[in-house]
Design a protein around this ligand. Structure first.
Ligand SMILES: C[S@@+](CC[C@H](N)C(=O)[O-])C[C@H]1O[C@@H](n2cnc3c(N)ncnc32)[C@H](O)[C@@H]1O
Length: 804
């Protein structure tokens, strides 16, 4: 009789990835037995289960060869006593830790992706929908280069590039920052569940609440944890009663015969769960600690109570317990998610326990944990975590500086995150705690890193603290996921990260720019001449048949249409000026002067721009006047999101926008060029990133600009939504236009963003920073542009270099 063609195919597939027939045979046999000849399970994902099982079998062989003789003898003895079943299949997982765990594996997920993708493709059926992170490789998964350097912008050393670009920090600082970010990146990959593929067995429907099935049916040994002996007598009667009730309610989920859930311990020892108590004989060696929360406050251990007829019980090794449990899980539930691990399941249970017990809204708490979750809630939460319910993006990552005004007082302190139990995938809650980090690190402190288990792709491993432990600085730095503006704008602006667990860096939202210290920004009625205001107007200047004097600055015609959009020809002229730049050169450029170099460098040039002049305080028209657009603030629905191209955070519109629509202005601290120079130098030392924009639209036109008159906006600490707008070469959908709102003095003006074309809802909003990527004289290397434009100046350069 010929060989079963399915067997032949299996051999062939395995041969294709370098596995010999003799290695395949025994494992395949076992699998067929285990899956009751359900070939589909074995063939799924290009024989992934089979390959994985073979890898594991090989692993076991190596492990076994390595154990010393004594241990082997002991194991054999134990095996005789316990009748441990043969162990062909532990858990079916790809050896992803080989790529994930390695500290040098910046490209881990890329590697994983290619291995899995090439040899072992995922099945089409029953897998969780691909996240966008899987569809587009996440920037954090790749090399450091692919991560946006949030503040690499051209500094005061402005080059001939129009002087409008944000300013870069020193390369060394950037490199260091990149290094730290790359570490985050490696870890960050772990948070993205690789696959939730759970293949249904033929005859057993698989549901999400698979772990809620009656465990007695399979006899899987669930934790039997005894109470802390020290406080046994302290348990209040009410708790005991409640505990009994809770266990009774959920008793169908646990076996009564061999295992009973007794209690989950806390470090404090004086808190008791609402679990059933069992008389436990105290023997230190009769308790096996199986999992703990990251800090060890919560522990999960197993013990056997000799009083219920197990006097011959011998404590097994933790590894054996885990292996056997995984085998049973595999057999019972056919879990083949490569990320499934009982160890992680139990760890998640500890975390869920802590999470549910740490209700930060309860101000009365000053201990670590004092509200104990019901077992049902605990299980739901744990199962959600283990099955890859990726709610990582629900937790708030906050890079916080201690004292925003004093940027030097930045220090690394422990991470603190409190995560309330939330519905899966719901973003509808506020940040409840803050995470402080070192200033050169965005999102994760060293301490956090320590808690990260490279194998653990689901857990947040973050420390939970009661809200009372948050300092006023922590509370100040909280970024509301629903509204980063904290009510400062008329419209809420939410943020979302659909790609990774990276959280929004903390900053102070301000709707209007504010003077930092010495900037000479004085708005006086005295400075506004009668000819530049419309004192006699009383309603909407734009609706009037004859344009008032406020239109003089824009050629006698208002820049805005009655619909509140920029007039087409005005806008087109601004766009054309940006595309065909005309530079003004100052006699002594303040940007060069502040460097205090022996030899003053010539001015690199500043882009000439058209100004909009709005009606202002001395005008008689109403606030609703059509010539008051920018000053009325943001009127469209915007959102901050994590870009998939490696640019970091970006800004998008949630509604369609017409051409010429005002979006927002660039808001930040107003600094003199000297202040900015000093700040940049300090930042370089402390590796702090910057978000500055020069207000140089009219420099040089009236002779030299004095140092203290040369202003820029820095949105690093105080800013608005514009600080998230990314750069796009040439065909950006936004253009920045200087606007006079309070003063005709062009040293200070508002920098407002208008759409250059129609923009559809969900499109990213971009503007051309004006960076000259070709300018090799720049002291700092600009970021690697990922704008994706066909006119990308950065891409052209590298393409040119490649072709030459
Ligand atoms: C004003 S910030 C924009 C918001 C920033 N993406 C963030 O995550 O905070 C400027 C920084 O964003 C990144 N960036 C902006 N546009 C980019 C682009 N086209 N390609 C790559 N990175 C970009 C650079 O790191 C730059 O220094």
């Amino acid at each position: 009789m010929g060989r079963n063609p399915r067997v032949t195919s299996a051999f062939r597939a395995m041969r294709g990835i370098g596995i010999k027939e003799e290695q395949v045979k025994p494992v395949l046999k076992n699998l067929l037995k285990l899956y009751e000849k359900n070939w589909e399970l074995i063939e799924a994902e290009n024989y992934r289960v089979l390959a994985d099982a073979i890898f594991d079998a090989e692993d076991n062989k190596v492990e076994e060869q390595n154990v010393d003789q004594q241990e082997e003898d002991m194991e054999e003895e134990e095996a005789l006593v316990r009748h441990e079943p043969a162990r062909p299949l532990k858990r079916l997982r790809l050896r992803h830790q080989e790529v994930q765990g390695s500290p040098s594996s910046n490209t881990s997920n890329v590697m994983l992706g290619s291995v899995v993708g090439a040899a072992l493709k995922r099945p089409k059926l029953d897998k969780a929908p691909e996240t966008s992170a899987q569809q587009h490789p996440h920037p954090m998964m790749k090399s450091t280069e692919s991560r946006a350097e949030p503040c690499q912008v051209s500094p005061l050393h402005v080059t001939k590039n129009k002087g409008k670009q944000p300013l870069p920090s020193k390369p060394s600082a950037l490199e260091e920052r990149s290094d730290s970010l790359s570490q985050v990146a490696v870890r960050g990959t772990g948070f993205i569940p690789d696959s939730l593929a759970l293949i249904k067995p033929k005859d057993e429907p698989f549901t999400d609440d698979i772990f809620n099935v009656d465990l007695p049916h399979y006899g899987v040994p669930i934790a039997m944890v005894h109470p802390d002996p020290l406080s046994k007598g302290n348990l209040p009667i009410e708790n005991e009663e409640i505990g009994k009730k809770t266990v009774q309610e959920s008793s169908s989920q646990f076996t009564e015969r061999e295992s009973r859930v007794d209690c989950l311990e806390t470090l404090s020892g004086d808190r008791r769960t609402n679990c059933e108590l069992a008389p436990v004989q105290e023997e230190s060696n009769s308790k096996l600690e199986v999992a703990t929360s990251p800090l060890g406050e919560v522990k999960l251990s197993l013990s056997c109570n000799p009083a219920v007829g197990r006097s011959d019980f011998r404590m097994p090794s933790l590894d054996d317990v885990i292996k056997l449990t995984e085998e049973k899980c595999l057999h019972s539930y056919k879990i083949i998610d490569p990320n499934f691990s009982v160890k992680n399941l139990l760890k998640h249970m500890c975390e869920s326990f802590l999470e549910l017990g740490s209700d930060s809204t309860d101000k009365s708490q000053d201990g670590l944990v004092n509200i104990l979750p019901t077992l049902d809630a605990l299980k739901r939460s744990t199962v959600r975590n283990v099955l890859g319910g990726n709610d990582d993006n629900l937790c708030m990552p906050l890079c916080t500086s201690n004292g925003l005004a004093n940027t030097e007082n930045l220090s690394a302190v422990p991470a603190e995150i409190s995560r309330p139990p939330t519905p899966l995938n719901s973003l509808d809650y506020h940040v409840q705690a803050s995470k402080r980090i070192s200033d050169n690190d965005c999102g994760v402190s060293d301490k956090d890193r320590k808690f990260q288990d490279p194998e653990d792709t689901n857990t947040h491993s973050l420390v939970v603290v009661p809200q009372s432990e948050l300092t006023p600085d922590d509370l100040r730095s909280i970024v509301d996921i629903n509204d980063i503006t904290k009510g400062e704008e008329r419209f809420k602006i939410s943020w979302v990260n659909e790609l990774s667990s990276e959280l929004l860096e903390s900053f102070r939202y301000i709707p209007q720019s504010i003077v930092f210290k010495n900037a000479n920004v004085m708005f006086s009625l005295f400075r506004i001449g009668d000819e530049s205001c419309c004192a006699t107007c009383f309603s909407d200047c734009i609706a009037a048949s004859v344009s008032c004097s406020c239109a003089q600055g824009t050629g006698g015609e208002f820049a805005y249409s009655p619909r509140g959009l920029l007039k087409e020809h005005f806008l087109d002229e601004c766009i054309s000026m940006a595309h065909h730049p005309c530079h003004i050169f100052c006699e002594e450029c303040p940007l060069e002067r502040v460097k205090n170099d022996d030899c003053l460098e010539p001015c690199k040039g500043h882009l000439k721009r058209k100004f909009i002049k709005e009606c202002w305080s001395k005008c008689g028209c109403s606030k609703q006047c059509g010539n008051r657009v920018v000053q009325r603030g943001i009127t469209c629905s915007l959102q901050i999101f994590f870009t998939s191209e490696g640019k970091g955070w970006g800004l998008r519109t949630l509604e369609d926008l017409a051409k010429g629509a005002f979006v927002c202005e660039y808001v930040g601290e107003i600094l003199t060029s000297m202040e900015f120079y000093e700040r940049t130098m300090q930042r370089t030392k402390s590796r702090k990133c910057t978000y500055p924009v020069l207000l140089d639209a009219d420099w040089g036109s009236n002779g030299s600009v004095m140092n203290e008159e040369a202003l820029c906006l820095d949105a690093s600490h105080y800013g608005n939504v514009a600080r998230f707008i990314n750069h796009r070469c040439l065909d950006a959908n936004l253009i920045e236009i200087p606007v006079e709102v309070e003063t005709p003095d062009h040293h200070y003006y508002h920098l407002a963003f208008f759409t250059t074309r129609e923009v559809k809802a969900m499109e990213e909003l971009t503007w051309d920073y004006g960076i000259d990527f070709d300018d090799l004289d720049q002291p700092f290397k600009p970021f690697q542009c990922r704008c994706g434009s066909t006119f990308c100046r950065n891409m052209n350069r590298s393409t040119r270099r490649n072709s030459s």
